[in-house]
Each structure stands twice: as C-alpha cells, then as structure tokens.
Write a protein that binds this ligand. Structure first.
Ligand code: MEV
Length: 441
C-alpha cells in the first residue's frame, strides 16, 4: 500500500446528523453549513441549483440550458477513524438513505477501513507495421529513460509535485486483423488530476520518438480507462447482531449476504446487477464532485472482467469471530483539479463538504460509499427484499408529485406504503381527504 497523507480538513466533523431527513432542503443545507465551512457562494451553488448558463456555455457545445439532479448528503460515515459528510447526486430514491443507514451500522462496528495505490494511469501508443514486434519491444525498452524524459518534459509542474511518467511497458500482439501490433504504455502518476489530459499529451509527445525507434507507424495515442494501477479499497467488519432486521435475526442476514455474494461471483447476470448497486453509490459521489463517471464506469466493468469472466466487485465472507467482512477493490480515476471539479460551483461546494485533501482520499471515500451501497442492497435482498424500503421512499416522491408539502409528505407516504398502493391518484385522494380534515379509507 502506498501511504497517503491523512486528511486534516474538517477534523472535528461529526457525520451523525440526527433527524436530517425531517428538515426541509434549506434547513438541511444550514445544518451541513453548521458543521463544515460553506460560504454564501457555496450555499447558493447548492441551494440555488448550481450552474450559471454562462459557465455551462463554456463547458460543452450548443448549450440551451442546464439539467439538474438532486444533491443529497449521506450521513454517518466514519472512514479510517474520521467522519465525512458525503454529497451524492443521483435520481434514484433510497440510494442516499441506504448508504447513510449502512454507514450507521458500520460506524457502530468501527467504521470503514480504506487504502489505495498511488494515482497512476496508463497512456497507450499503438504501433503498426512492425515486422519484428519482439525485437521492436526490446529496442523501445532500451530507450526507456529517454522516453520517460521526453514524456516528463511536457509537464514540469506535475513532476515538481512528485508525479510524472514513471515507467514504460510494451505489450506485443502477434496477431491482429491488421497484422502484428505493439502497444506502448506510459505509466504516469497524475497526482490530484483525473489525468486524461496529462497522459494524452504525453502519449502524443513521445509518438515521433517511438516511430524513430521502431521504424513503424504510430496510430492511436490515448489513455486507458482500465485504470488497473489506480485502485482504491474499502473494508468493513460488522457483527451479525448489527445486521438484524424487523423479521430476520442477524446471523441469518449475514449468511444471506454471503450467499448473495457467491451468486454474484459465479453468475454474470447477477454480477451485473450486484455491481450496478455498487455503482449507485460510486457514481453519485463521482457526479456530485464533477468527475467523469463514464471513465469510472468503464474502469469498474473492465476490472470486473479481468479474469476473463465478468464477476462481482465485492466479496462478503464470515471471519473467525463470526463477523461479516465485506471488501471492495476497484479502479477509481478521480481528480480534484481540472475539468468540472474546478469549474462547476456545485462540484466545488461538494468537495468542500467532503473536505478531502487528495484525489486518493476522494477515491477511498467513494469506494467506501460503493461498499455501503452494496451492503444495503444485499442486506435487504437477503431479508425482506428491496421493495419494502424502496417503496416507502418512492411513496415520498409520489406524495410530492401529488402536491403534498411539509408534514403532509410523510403522512401521505406512510399511508401509501402501508396500503402497498403507491400511486399518484391515490396520493391525491389521501391529500384531499386530509386537507378537508376527514379520515381517509
Ligand atoms: C437497484 O438500483 C440496485 C440493486 O438491484 C442492486 C442489487 O440487486 O444488488 C438493488
């Protein structure tokens, strides 16, 4: 494991914000701002819907407006002994609640433990028309130092921060539809950047040198999103008792989670759904912090397939003391500098709430959320099923759509969920009856 600096931001934060769910969005934002330092601009960026059109217009092409998603706060997270409030942007009900609930269970059992590798990305340079691919590989590797120096000449700042191109690999494909192919990898420590721009520039800059060395033709020069050298890991160990539900004792739930994990380990149909649940949590943090969720998705699924068969990203097992142990290790190419992480005011405010000091720390927090999300899904699936909890939260949305506000939302949602009849027309009926002071049937 590569050591990274322990975060010193928000050292005294207590992520256990009780009763947050009973407040209005504005009150919740105030509550968060009581705990982490948010200024008026941050509060405006979050509460006011975020992205001014002038900024949006500078980010992509043919802009006609902005598209907003809810931003929630996952509470209760303790990671490596430090509390975090975690911003999550997602359209699906129950994701934020599930993460917060699992974090509460994990917190009582010592919290999440995380680690990560250094933030190392790969750039690929495709070499075509090589008659002697193995000989060409040797010639490239003999020039390793010169190639690294040429790549690093493009980014003195990164090198001064301890990053930069560290190594060169050469992969030989003897047979492809277009003949033998060499692929040169630049192994680059990108520090706090996601790194796409950095490594793409390096790949382009060394291409002429590779052509000189091999006497062949370079075609593609681009990063790999299979970020297998940039891994983040999270682990939990929870007592069976902490997992019990209304109708299921904890040991039974723990065994059910291990069985669910075995299902996802052997069956790609289940693994895809299992991993989707993990990505519910991961993507929500990635989006909230302005990072590239397509890159993280691509890396996650490539990693899940690395054995040649698509598998689950997590493992769940029972340790010698009878505790349920869950682990997640996956690529996590996230940045704190560059791109929308800096330009989007909402993303900047989200990063302030998190208080992470490095991209590595952000990656570890994100993986912890993914593990919490998986734990929530498997705990529910191994006991009462997911629809009960999901419908209770979905009912709140339906109540809002029907026109409920304030306390009405909870009352209407509870009635809908209790009757297993979560429909907008029923919610309207209930609301009307309530407002007329009558009893509903
Ligand atoms: C739903 O968004 C995610 C789940 O399907 C994940 C899973 O089945 O593990 C509940």
């Amino acid at each position: 494991m590569v050591e990274r600096k322990q975060s010193r931001t928000h050292p005294g934060v207590n992520s256990r914000l009780e009763n947050l769910r009973n407040l209005s969005p504005a009150e919740r934002l105030d509550r968060v701002a009581d705990v982490v330092p948010l200024d008026a601009c941050d509060k405006q960026a979050i509460g006011g819907g975020g992205l001014p059109s002038a900024l949006a217009n500078g980010m992509i092409e043919n802009v006609i407006g902005t598209f907003t998603l809810p931003l929630g706060i996952a509470t209760n997270f303790t990671i490596n002994g430090r509390d975090y409030l975690i911003p999550m942007s997602v359209e699906e009900p129950s994701v934020v609640a599930a993460a917060s609930y699992m974090a509460r269970i994990v917190r009582a059992c010592g919290g999440f433990r995380t680690s990560s590798t250094a933030p190392v990305m790969r750039a690929q340079v495709q070499v075509l028309g090589v008659g002697d691919p193995h000989g060409a590989r040797m010639r490239i590797l003999r020039e390793r130092e010169a190639i690294i120096a040429a790549a690093n000449a493009r980014d003195k700042v990164l090198v001064s921060l301890g990053g930069g191109c560290k190594d060169v690999e050469v992969h030989v494909f003897e047979e492809t539809p277009v003949g033998p192919m060499l692929v040169v990898h630049l192994i680059v420590d990108v520090r706090d950047a996601m790194g796409a721009n950095t490594v793409n520039t390096m790949a382009e800059s060394v291409a002429p040198m590779i052509e000189d060395i091999t006497g062949a033709v370079v075609r593609l020069r681009i990063l790999s999103n299979f970020a297998d050298l940039r891994l983040a890991r999270a682990m939990v160990a929870v007592t069976p008792d902490a997992l019990k539900t209304e109708d299921h004792e904890g040991g039974q739930v723990a065994r059910g989670i291990v069985e669910a994990s075995a299902f996802a380990a052997v069956d790609p149909y289940r693994a895809a759904t299992h991993n989707k649940g993990i990505m519910n949590g991961v993507d929500a943090v990635v989006v909230a912090t302005g990072n590239d969720w397509r890159a993280v998705e691509a890396g996650a699924h490539a990693w899940a397939s690395r054995s040649g068969r698509y598998r689950s990203l997590t493992n769940w097992e029972i340790d010698a003391k009878g505790n349920l142990v869950g682990t997640l290790e996956m690529p996590m190419a996230l940045g704190l500098v560059g791109g929308a992480t800096r330009t989007h005011p909402g993303a900047r405010a989200a990063l302030k709430i998190l208080g992470v000091e490095s991209a590595q720390e952000l990656a570890e927090v994100t993986v912890a959320v993914g593990l919490a999300q998986n734990m929530a899904a498997l705990r529910a699936l191994a006991s009462e099923g997911i629809q009960k909890g999901h419908m209770a939260l979905h009912a709140r949305n339906i109540a809002i759509v029907a026109g409920a506000s304030g306390d009405e939302i909870g009352t209407v949602a509870a009635a809908l969920a209790a009757a297993h009849d979560v429909r907008v027309d029923r919610a309207r009926e209930l609301l009307e009856t309530m407002r007329n002071g009558g009893a509903s049937n």
